[in-house]
Ligand binder design. Sequence first.
Ligand SMILES: Cc1cc2nc3c(=O)[nH]c(=O)nc-3n(C[C@H](O)[C@H](O)[C@H](O)COP(=O)(O)OP(=O)(O)OC[C@H]3O[C@@H](n4cnc5c(N)ncnc54)[C@H](O)[C@@H]3O)c2cc1C
Length: 553
Amino acid sequence: MAKPVILAVDDEPQVLNAVERDLRRHYRGDYRIMKATSGQEALETVRQLKRRNAPIALFLADQRMPVMSGTEFLAEARKLNPDTRKVLLTAYADTEAAIDSINAIGLDHYLMKPWDPPEQMLYPVLDDLLSDWQATVPLPYDGIRVAGTLWSPSCHRVKDFLARNRIPYQWLDIEKDAEASELVESVSPEQIRLPVVFFPDGSVLVEPNNRSLAEKCGLQTQATEPFYDVIIVGAGPAGLGAAVYGASEGLRTLMIDKEATGGQAGTSSRIENYLGFPNGLSGADLARRATAQAQRLGAEIVTAREVAEVRVEDPYRIITFGDGTELVCRALVLATGVSVRMLDVPGVKALTGAGIYYGAALTEAAHYRDEQVFVVGGANSAGQGAMFFSQYASKVTMLVRADALEKSMSQYLVDQIRATENIEVMLQTEVVEALGENRLEAITIASNEPGGTKTLPAAAMFLFIGAVPHSELVAGVVQRNSAGFIVTGPDLIQSGRRPKNWKLKRDPYILETSVPGIFAAGDVRQGAIRRVASAVGQGAIAISLVHQYLKTV
Ligand SMILES: Cc1cc2nc3c(=O)[nH]c(=O)nc-3n(C[C@H](O)[C@H](O)[C@H](O)COP(=O)(O)OP(=O)(O)OC[C@H]3O[C@@H](n4cnc5c(N)ncnc54)[C@H](O)[C@@H]3O)c2cc1C
């Protein structure tokens, strides 16, 4: 936490320097001493400190200043920082003004000039005020603050990005917090764009994209080399598995993710079936551990960058980012995973991020405390989501298309859901419409039950309805099936024939795609078992196959 500030304000340089000197002598260990030569300059300093959330313990202002007197400055500064202690420096003739100010602006004390000796005339008064301030005013949050509204999709994106990159932040809801609203207006009074992200160094980003946010937060967004032995696209469990093995086995390894490390697993509230963690662990914890492990072993990790294209210039594999920059490698591992399928019914698109969320959206759960929320889907991820939200919401209703949860969910989760009082399961039910002006207010569902279609109030709806592979980056480069999943290994051999354009005298290795030296691991592969352990295992196997491939080129 930065030291609290004592701000001295005086237009006479000699007096200001003398105040500063005496303040520094006594308070420099615990406070930061700042000075301003006019009321206006001091107000600007206060605004800047406020943007940084830096605490101001005390204003010490001379009453006699042209344009803005000491009391006028303190009256304005009080609006911005009501808790800061206020002291006026006065001459004999100002005593009346000072006494009036005690009531008018809540002046804490007035001091006569000169204040010599400070040990008797200055420090005892200020010590008293400062210890009172320390005892009664809580220190402000000293990290990144995100100000916005709960119903804004870009606010959700920014919060999600920070959370998934494990960067702590404080959320300021400008609809509930007048001070936060003023702070946002002070940044761009003409046109308010949200969210506004305030950093402890005083800088501000308005509606930032993931890359600028990542750069500002100190995440690596650029590769340090133009060339690597192996590039891994995707930093979910498969990518992390590959990065750990690649780096530990001496390959120059780069892993790239468009968002954060951890992938889908990173969004999971509790993974109970991953080997070695008998009490389960959260996806964020797993991602943090695996990321640290990969980095310690020497893997380079770039986040907030999306790979747009892949091309082959034998013997090299080249990846291109959205901005056209390229990187070259000898072997490529595609570990780009899947994302949840979009729900294509009226109202959903417009309200996505404003009460409707894809996946677990853990960052939003606490906002729905004591409200009724819906979880759509019947697989394990939906079950975990329902269990997680049941800790916050008054009631969680699961809408499942199948006629039994057991059809697509592990038995341990089915048992947990049945044992949780505030989870209701509606089988053979679908969402047909989402309703709401600026945020989700209700949903219409259709079921086989008598009554058929009905509209129910809904604070939030979390969707877990199947997966779409992230494989567009290799469209037309490697073979994909009709759903877009990447075909690998034995699946590429059709009627005993190797894939088209395959020139090698061997079959594709088990995780190799239709292009030699490009491998796929994890959920993006056709036929993948969608589990953390199998993704990690495939990442490791992919690296062993990379070694075999590199021996031949
Ligand atoms: C909510 C939830 C709970 C789950 N719980 C469990 C569980 O308890 N146990 C279990 O075994 N499994 C669980 N799973 C499944 C498991 O998380 C997945 O099988 C696993 O994460 C797949 O790993 P992956 O690395 O293949 O892909 P992903 O985890 O999907 O990671 C792929 C990564 O690639 C990145 N990416 C995609 N395209 C690009 C691109 N063009 N450029 C750069 N980066 C890109 C993405 O941003 C993503 O981070 C759960 C899944 C979800 C969604």
